[in-house]
Design a binder for this molecule. Structure first.
Ligand SMILES: [Zn+2]
Length: 425
């Protein structure tokens, strides 16, 4: 171990108390999204903390983005510390929003309680623990090596849990996640301290509507039932689409194992009249039925083919099934992204994991998307990974926690990787 690494190791160990209290303080802001509670005080808390260690602070409100209002401003913070002289910029990006609390908690979700070497609370794992670890990593690094070249940035951004449009997407549109301002990005999402997440699968959401004709329910032969048409769609999906999806395997190292193939969830089906007023159903043949699908696709697939697989089944029904008609509407899509294994940020974090944890890292791909999509697509920056403490399976659960030792170790990994990326050493 080099002198600097040894120095950083001791310094970060000494800062453990600070790391824990920073995590607790961040958890105590109930930044629930939707609707986007407490973004501004949480961003300002982070800003004030980093201002105290010499960062320049800028706040950006995602004005006009979904959910933004004076009551719920989409307040983002970017903190930047200039080194001595020219060099690259290393950026740590964390989202400050958390999902709703839900049921089944035995701890106060916003108490930040410490027990058995863990900090508990909504967002402890996803991802205020990771944010706190990156702050400590960077502060320790700046103190240990104040002469470093280049610059270091830390951002706290909003709305990741709802697509990131008021957060990273908004900032990327402004050029804040592009060269020459930023060169390397680490997103401390909870992917486990020994894993490097290279990217994520693609997404296509769509709404399919089948159409029928109204009639009295006692004489369904006078109408045309849209729900039966949707039943035909479901059965065609079972017979044709699902076997096809199961046959498509990816070379991407997606975790968990079940997500190494193409998948499709049926998020919802709506059809017929609601039993709104009396609770008693009305005798109507439904004229419309809607289904929302959530298709996750692989790097080896392209979106046009993914869509065609579905529409060709629908067109087949149109040809062969009497009176069948449909409409399809795109709701959302995200292209899959995967950073190369020999990209600088991957190599730097891999070397740091080997040194701190004495093991080779695992390389993984996330089944769902996160803010890396905006950095790749809008910022055109491809030297980006997710790496952070926290156990992925605990995200969004009750009694969510982050293990303090994991935060300390991943802070060391982040500090070593920062040094490598800035100086090549
Ligand atoms: Zn997250």
């Amino acid at each position: 171990m080099t002198d600097l690494h040894e120095h950083l190791t001791h310094r970060i160990d000494d800062m453990t108390g600070d790391l824990v209290s920073l995590t607790q303080e961040l958890i105590r802001f109930a930044t629930i999204n939707p609707p986007g509670e407490d973004y501004t005080p949480c961003a300002e808390y982070l800003g004030n903390r980093l201002k105290g260690t010499g960062f320049q602070i800028n706040y950006f409100r995602g004005e006009g983005t979904p959910g933004d209002s004076d009551r719920y401003p989409r307040t983002n913070i970017i903190a930047r510390y200039e080194g001595r002289g020219p060099g690259p910029t290393v950026h740590f990006n964390s989202h400050i929003d958390v999902v709703e609390v839900g049921h089944g908690w035995t701890f106060d979700p916003f108490g930040g309680e410490v027990k058995d070497g863990k900090v508990f609370g909504r967002g402890a794992c996803d991802m205020k623990g990771g944010l706190a670890a990156s702050v400590i990593a960077v502060e320790a690094y700046i103190a240990a090596n104040p002469e470093f070249p280049g610059a270091i940035e830390i951002s706290g951004t909003v709305d990741e849990e709802t697509g990131g449009y008021g957060g990273v997407a908004y900032l990327a549109e402004k050029g804040l996640f592009s060269k020459p301002r930023v060169d390397h990005v680490i997103i401390p999402e909870p992917l486990n301290k020994d894993r490097i997440c290279l990217g994520h699968r693609g997404v296509w959401w769509a709404e399919i509507e089948t159409r029928g004709r109204q009639a009295h329910g006692s004489m369904p032969f006078l109408g045309d039932c849209a729900i039966r048409h949707m039943g035909a769609v479901l059965s065609a999906f079972e017979n044709q689409l699902y076997p096809l999806l199961a046959s498509k395997r990816t070379e991407m190292p997606v975790v968990p194992e079940g997500a190494k193939q193409s998948t499709m969830n049926i998020n919802a089906i709506h059809g017929g009249n609601e039993e709104k007023h009396t609770g008693f159903p009305s005798a109507n043949v439904p004229e419309s039925c809607r289904m929302v699908i959530d298709r996750r696709y692989l790097l080896e697939e392209d979106l046009a083919t993914v869509k065609h697989e579905v529409t060709s089944i629908l067109d087949g029904l149109k040809e062969n099934r009497r009176d069948f008609d449909y409409a399809i509407r795109d709701l959302w899509d995200v292209v899959p992204t995967m950073t190369e294994r020999d990209a600088p940020v991957v190599k730097a974090v891999a070397a740091a994991i080997e040194e701190v944890l004495c093991k080779q890292p695992d390389y993984v791909i996330s089944p769902g998307t996160y803010d890396q999509k905006h950095i790749a697509r809008i910022g055109h920056l491809h030297d980006c990974i997710a790496y952070g403490p926290g156990i992925l399976d605990l995200a969004h659960r009750s009694d969510e926690y982050v293990i303090i030792d994991d935060m300390v170790e991943s802070a060391k990994v982040m500090a070593f990787a920062t040094h490598q990326l800035l100086t090549g050493a």
